[in-house]
Design a protein around this ligand. Structure first.
Ligand code: ADP
Length: 260
């Protein structure tokens, strides 16, 4: 079912890694990392692929918490970092390498050299797919990751809210500029279902991402509701696709993973 290799302009750029896909968002806090983590875990478990997860969100790494990983990666004989594995996914994050409470105040070139170490300096082994949790936004770091990693494709996560959508558009234009195929848009926090009465509230508006996808001629990959269990399972390091594999939300993530 893999469809993106065929579209990739230049092909993947890491030895042994068949496809690299980015999970991106126009701005922070829309659920990009939550989506990246759940998709990676669904690709590894439900889809039975060899999966890696690169936390490229240098200024706000959340993969260590969301994947329940701590400690420093070991170094191999040829001086590469060995990814740390949990839930069937091989992970690398700047969060493994710096003090959790120390602010990261690097400038551009340092960010780029850290990202270089976290990609080519890692013994990923053979992977069907490397999921990259991108930094939010559309600045230099995002551009150079897209170019240096020769991404096979990108997913864009957005809430239905207007402002997030405008930023998502900007993100889409950036990927187009560097000829990275956009695999589609995912709507996160699409609606809130009251746990008491079951009524649905469209807190961030209704249908906005679907409309934007249509307007920009992109695939609408699916919608994930705002649910307490998504947040709590993330915080516990046990992503919802594993914590509640039979839930509607787990099914929604798995459906998106299967479309990739
Ligand atoms: P980003 O990577 O875009 O900054 P995160 O994935 O870190 O966003 O999510 C921000 C916060 O929102 C986290 O606490 C996360 O657990 C929570 N969150 C994300 N998506 C959902 C959702 N669908 N339902 C409930 N909480 C969510």
């Amino acid at each position: 079912t893999r469809r993106y290799s065929a579209h990739a302009p230049k092909g993947p750029s890491l030895d042994g890694v068949k496809d690299i896909i980015a999970v991106a968002s126009g701005k922070g806090g829309v659920g990009k990392s939550t989506t990246a983590v759940n998709l990676a875990v669904a690709l590894a478990n439900a889809c039975q692929l060899k999966v890696g997860l690169l936390d490229a969100d240098i200024y706000g790494p959340s993969v260590p918490t969301m994947m329940n990983l701590q400690g420093k990666p070991e170094v191999s004989k040829d001086m590469k970092m060995i990814p740390v594995e949990n839930h069937g996914v091989r992970c690398m994050s700047i969060g493994f390498l710096v003090d959790k409470d120390a602010p990261i105040v690097w400038r551009g070139p340092m960010v780029m050299s850290a990202l270089e170490k976290m990609t080519r300096g890692v013994a990923w082994g053979d992977l069907d797919i490397l999921v990259v949790d991108m930094p939010p936004g559309t600045g230099d770091a995002q551009l150079s990751i897209s170019q240096r990693l020769q991404l096979s494709g990108a997913l864009i996560v957005s809430t239905p809210q207007d402002i997030a959508l405008i930023d998502a558009r900007r993100g889409a234009n950036m990927f187009r500029k560097v000829e990275v195929p956009i695999l589609g848009l995912i709507e996160n926090m699409s609606c809130f279902k009251c746990p008491h009465c079951g009524e649905k509230s469209y807190i961030f508006g209704n249908g906005g991402v679907q409309r934007t996808a249509k307007e920009l001629d992109m695939e609408f990959l699916g919608e994930i509701p705002l649910e307490l269990d998504i947040r709590s399972s993330s915080d516990e390091g046990n992503p919802i696709v594993l914590a509640a594999p039979n839930s509607g939300v787990a099914k929604a993530y798995t459906d998106v993973a299967e479309k990739l």
